[in-house]
Design a protein around this ligand. Structure first.
Ligand SMILES: NC(=O)c1ccc[n+]([C@@H]2O[C@H](COP(=O)([O-])OP(=O)(O)OC[C@H]3O[C@@H](n4cnc5c(N)ncnc54)[C@H](OP(=O)(O)O)[C@@H]3O)[C@@H](O)[C@H]2O)c1
Length: 295
């Protein structure tokens, strides 16, 4: 039995932000403008607003300029496509994101496909997804990018390991499965990608050397599903109201208290994967500013 280690996402994110700040300062010292990240937000979903506010604050802390384009929830798809065209053309903006989810009358797919792939710092455009699959340079979706960096930072062996990912979303589970099966470091895993139609899910999870939980269900993963000394990465994030007062606390997709007793490494919630997601986005913004992927 190995001693359990907490993967401290806050600490890693702090170091990565120092690197981003140093890189940004170099760009500015060389006489270039500061990298510029824009965010488009439609409506007033509180979680989206908090997320965008955090992005603005973190970008400012590393010297990256940010701007937010806010629109009411009744904006038409055509008007939003015009906004995308404007941001695609604006030479001041290096990269931008469209905060999801969008209202039901707007097709997220149509909006994403309209983004210039060179400015698609969320890495959601089909061209960037295709490049990722073909192991070509691309913008990696921020959360999987952050998880790769956590595995790398803690020197967690992935080669030949069985990695079970629960959740196949386009932003987390699916790109994570491709990244960890690539001939790369971290990578070279044997990956099993599970979803809501998977049969015998607990028995598959018990085979995981590395488990990545991106299910969106609070404390779904329990200790009986975990192999001794597994590495557990918890992507889930849920605000739960306390029974004793009107306040809230955060939990993940993993029942941390019991699962952590069996793991060799585990990410806490909060303070695990979350802080690394914004780091991934800012790293992509630097790549966009340096035209590292598209000339
Ligand atoms: N920390 C961060 O920075 C960060 C970033 C992104 C997301 N998150 C959090 O991560 C969680 C997942 O987000 P997401 O956007 O990837 O989720 P999502 O789009 O809601 O997808 C959830 C996935 O889980 C699968 N699933 C649902 N119930 C299941 C069950 N009972 N058994 C097996 N699989 C099941 C779904 O299967 P189907 O495909 O069959 O429906 C789907 O593939 C959420 O809590 C979200 O808030 C955190």
């Amino acid at each position: 039995m190995k001693p359990m280690k907490i993967i401290d996402g806050k600490e890693v994110a702090k170091k990565k932000k120092q690197e981003i700040a140093a890189h940004t300062a170099k760009i500015i010292d060389a006489g270039h403008k500061a990298p510029h990240l824009a965010a488009v937000i439609v409506g007033e979903d509180p979680a989206s607003m908090t997320y965008v506010k955090n992005k603005e604050k973190t970008a400012a802390s590393v010297g990256i300029t940010s701007s937010v384009y806010r629109y009411p929830k009744n904006i038409s798809q055509k008007e939003l496509l015009n906004v995308i065209d404007f941001l695609n053309m604006d030479a001041e903006i290096d990269g931008f994101i469209v905060q999801l989810p969008l209202p039901a009358h707007i097709s997220s797919q149509k909006i994403i496909e309209r983004i210039n792939p060179a400015k698609d710092v969320d890495g959601f455009h089909p061209l960037n997804t295709g490049r990722l699959v073909q192991n070509l340079p691309s913008y990696l979706p921020a959360t999987p990018f952050g998880i790769l960096q956590l595995l790398d930072y803690y020197k967690i062996e992935t080669e030949g390991k069985h990695c079970v990912i629960v959740g196949r979303s386009q932003i987390v589970g699916t790109p994570m499965s491709i990244l960890l099966s690539r001939k790369a470091k971290p990578g070279n895993c044997t990956v099993t990608l599970c979803h809501s139609q998977t049969q015998n899910l607990p028995s598959i999870i018990t085979q995981a050397d590395i488990l990545i939980a991106a299910i969106g269900k609070p404390e779904f993963i329990t200790a009986d599903m975990i192999k001794q000394d597994a590495v557990v990465i918890d992507v889930g994030i849920h605000r739960i109201k306390n029974t004793e007062n009107d306040e809230y606390h955060l939990v993940g997709d993993v029942k941390f208290d019991e699962v952590s007793k069996k793991t060799s490494y585990i990410t806490p919630v909060p303070g695990g994967v979350g802080p690394m997601t914004i780091v991934g986005l800012l790293q992509n913004t630097l790549k966009a500013a340096g035209k590292e992927i598209y000339q």
